[in-house]
Write a protein that binds this ligand. Sequence first.
Ligand code: ATP
Ligand code: MG
Length: 688
Amino acid sequence: AEPALADPYASLNPEQRAAVEHDVGAAAPRPLLVVAGAGSGKTNTLAHRVARLIQSGADPQRILLLTFSRRGANEMVQRAGGVLQRIFGTSAQAVAALPWAGTFHAIGARLLREYAGRIGLEASFTIHDRADSEDLMGMVRQDIGLTGGQKRFPLKGTCLAIYSRVVNSRDSLADVLQSTFPWCGEWEEELKRLFGAYVDAKQEQNVLDYDDLLLFWSEMASDPALGPELGALFDHVLVDEYQDTNRLQAAIIQGMKPDGRGVMVVGDDAQSIYSFRGATVRNILDFAQAFSQPARTITLDRNYRSTQPILDASNAVIAAALERHAKTLWTDKVSTAKPQLVLIPDEAEQARWVCNQVLAQRESGTKLTQQAVLFRAASHSAALELELVRRNIPFVKFGGLKFLEAAHIKDILAVLRFAQNPNGRLAGFRVAQLIPGIGPATAARLLDAVGESAEPAAAMEAFEAPARAQGDWAAFVALYRTLRAPGLRWPMDIELVKNWYLPHLERLYDDAPVRAADLEQLVQLAGGYGSRESFLTELTLDPPDATSDRAGPPLLDEDYLILSTIHSSKGQEWKAVHVLSVVDGCIPSDMATGSADDIEEERRLLYVAMTRAREQLHLVLPNRFFIKQQAQMGDRHVYAQRTRFISPAMLKHFEECSWVNADTPHSRKPMPDEVRMLVRDRARNAWK
Ligand code: ATP
Ligand code: MG
């Protein structure tokens, strides 16, 4: 018999408990919305709810749990497992497996593979990440001749952004152009043609892009026959971070569960930061009336994460928003330490200051993994990354350039993708051109021949490669045959590809040994997946994070600092948080100062960043920073102003301190008078 255990829900406050107990035991609970501020325990409540449902007899196989990242999903499964363990003891492991926990995109990919035959897709489809999608858009754009002319047609990245926005928002192209890309308005007809051709190309090549995963899923969900069938797979559908879902995602939920029964979502309208992907807070605002059953709404206002001074400052920042977010959080975590505004001469000093700070915190007992450095754009951490490497401080970076975007890794993956799906032109194009003597024109001819043939390997063998390429070409075709042959045991595939690729790597790169080490990492990583297909799918959807000294994921027992874009820090918390470059031009980004809506989203971003901190919060403000500009203007240094989101009236919530040299921290050691004067004057003149 298991020992009697304390009530695992005892720590919940009455509102959290109400959400966890909502209609428990009813065959189909009414729809439920938990809307609450940062750190109020939304995610925690969701995890307890999952445990409570399973405890009361729900089948874990029939629980769909949608989160913002795979990290989020894993954490949720673990937390729910922890609660169940306290109830059932060790036998909880089996009950706590939640096979349907993941991101919308990952779950969509899985359902689409299962239902491919029913909706006219081939189950062997490959998935394009954003970079691939951009490249394909670029190829199509060239194919249909939309590059020339006197006026410049939008670049491939812009074209993809417009396309993606149309798909995700379900607005018309004309509306999207008018509201979001007004400078492209004159190209409406051409864009229509381009998007038509892009869609055809994807279909011909049997590839899906990220948006397709949601689009096809939502089409299935709104189909009168398939929708209910999909809905019937699940008794419960739970969604975290609902404020960052878009209309397609809302349509998916509504299509699968038209009466809303079994649906529970949690979110915070003040943290909505993904409108550039078509996310809309309307989903939260409309949730109560979205289903044939009205939803119950529960709000939480007690914060369990941050100290009161951190909350006061964050509350002040968000209270100035144009739209009201009628929530003021409170906590009983008292502290006298206000968040700090750290004034620094420039970005190089900022990097040094952060390194010093991080090490000092570690000295006083806060491990590196308990600290994070956050920034608005992935490129803002460049100087810091160099400094960290120089000082041998290990770190992991979330968001931004990923392991998988390195050219040599992409080469290997392209070979695997091409073996998986011979019609994928992008992968084929990349692979063929690895062979010396094969250029774009030959590669295109080759792919045409392969595409028209039912036997891709045979078509490749028959292909007349240029004389110079013949030896290498034959070697590749032999590899290709092996990869396509049945019975090859994963991860043997990747081992073979690596061995084939190594001589090319030597030829292509000066730093081949470093890159070869990455390939070893990739092989290691591959061993953790069940098959080539699941490896390619999951890697594309949720790539591992980049690290300091090697491209692969970090060793688990290592202490490392987290570097993250604010976007990727969503839902997480650290004991100490340092936010880089809290100046106008970075937050708000000068890319985003177009409309009032853009500015408001930047304000919410700052709020998200600040509310990640449990005990210590530093906002760092370099006085000078470097911006990369359009080619014709050249890069330059600019003098920065404190972010407009911290008004003079809010300064009482912060402690200001200055730093002229990384070795003389004003707030720690006494400084000689002249330095102090300098610091004080600088602070007065440059920041007010
Ligand atoms: P965000 O908006 O940033 O996603 P959230 O509302 O999801 O935040 P959680 O991450 O669930 O908040 O919780 C924040 C912190 O508060 C976590 O460390 C969590 O363990 C803790 N917490 C939540 N509820 C309680 C509670 N009832 N008692 C003690 N700690 C709690
Ligand atoms: Mg959360």
